[in-house]
Design a binder for this molecule. Structure first.
Ligand code: 6PG
Length: 244
C-alpha cells in the first residue's frame, strides 16, 4: 500500500493534476497491454477533471471507460454521472462509443447491477466470481465521507468480494448502483480528487481519524488500497496535517 498527497491552491489545479496522473497511469498500462481500463466517479468536482482530460490528445481507442457508480436515472438526466462525462469529456474528446461501458440508470436497480456485472466480466474476460483489476479508478469523497455510492452506514463497505451492487441510499431515499470495495481496492492506481471547504473535516477524519469505515466509508482507500494518490485543494486540506 502506498499513498501520495498533493495540495493545490484551487480545485481546478487539483483537477488538472489529477487528470494528468490518470493519463500517466493509462500510458503506463498501455506500454504493456493493448488496452487500458479506467473507472470514473460523478458529482460536481469531476466536471473540472473531465474538461482537462478532454483537452489532452490520447489514444482513447485503447481505453475502456467504466463508471464507479451511477444514479438510477436515464442517461439524459441532469443527475446522470454518465451524462456529466458525456458532455464534458466523451464528446469533446471524441471518445469511441464502443469503449464506453455505462451503468444503465434507466433500468431497475438490481437489473442494472446485474447488467453492469456481466459487462465488466465480458470486457475483463473474467471467470464467475473473479474481481477485475482496473488500471485506474477515480474517486471523490462526499462531505459525509462517502465514496463511490458507499455512504455512511452501508454494510457493503466491509464486503471483501463481489463486483457491483445496487444500494439504497437511506439519506437520499434513492437507489444507486456502485462498484464494491473489492474492486476499488484491487485497482492498480486510485486517484482521489477532493475539493471544497466542506470536505475539510471529513478529510481529516478519513486520513487521520480512528478506522471506522461504516462512519467514514472513504477510509477504506487510505487503509487498504494498493496505490492511492490524493489531489486536494487548499480549502479541503486545511484541517489535515499530512496535506498542509
Ligand atoms: C456521485 C459520486 C460521488 C462523488 C462524491 C463527491 O455519484 O455523486 O460518484 O461518490 O464522488 O459525492 O462528489 P463531489 O466531488 O462533486 O463533491
Amino acid at each position: 500500500m502506498s499513498a501520495h498527497w498533493f495540495t493545490y491552491e484551487t480545485a481546478d489545479l487539483a483537477a488538472e493534476a489529477c487528470a494528468r496522473q490518470i493519463l500517466l497511469r493509462l500510458e503506463e498500462a498501455l506500454s504493456g497491454h493493448s488496452m487500458a481500463t479506467l473507472a470514473v466517479s460523478g458529482g460536481s468536482t469531476p466536471k473540472l477533471m473531465f474538461g482537462h482530460l478532454a483537452r489532452h490528445r490520447f489514444e482513447w481507442d485503447r481505453v475502456h471507460l467504466f463508471w464507479v457508480d451511477e444514479r438510477m436515472v436515464p442517461p439524459a438526466s441532469g443527475e446522470s454521472n454518465y451524462r456529466l462525462a458525456e458532455e464534458t469529456f466523451l464528446k469533446p474528446a471524441h471518445f469511441p462509443h464502443r469503449n464506453v461501458h455505462r451503468i444503465h440508470g434507466e433500468m431497475r436497480p438490481d437489473a442494472a447491477a446485474e447488467h453492469y456485472t456481466r459487462e465488466i466480466e465480458r470486457v475483463f474476460d473474467l471467470e464467475e466470481g473473479q474481481v477485475p483489476r482496473f488500471d485506474v479508478v477515480h474517486l471523490g469523497m462526499g462531505a459525509d465521507g462517502h465514496t463511490a455510492s458507499l455512504f455512511p452506514g452501508e454494510p457493503l463497505i466491509e464486503s471483501k468480494e463481489g463486483i457491483v451492487s445496487a444500494v439504497l441510499v437511506e439519506k437520499l431515499a434513492k437507489w444507486r448502483v456502485t462498484l464494491l470495495p473489492a474492486v476499488l481496492l484491487k485497482a492498480s492506481h486510485v486517484v482521489m480528487l477532493v475539493a471544497g471547504a466542506d470536505k475539510a473535516d471529513p478529510l481529516k477524519q478519513v486520513t487521520e481519524g480512528a478506522y471506522e469505515p461504516l462512519r467514514y466509508p472513504a477510509q477504506i482507500i487510505p487503509h487498504h488500497a494498493r496505490h492511492v494518490t490524493w489531489f486536494v485543494d487548499k480549502p479541503a486540506a486545511m484541517m489535515t496535517s499530512v496535506l498542509t
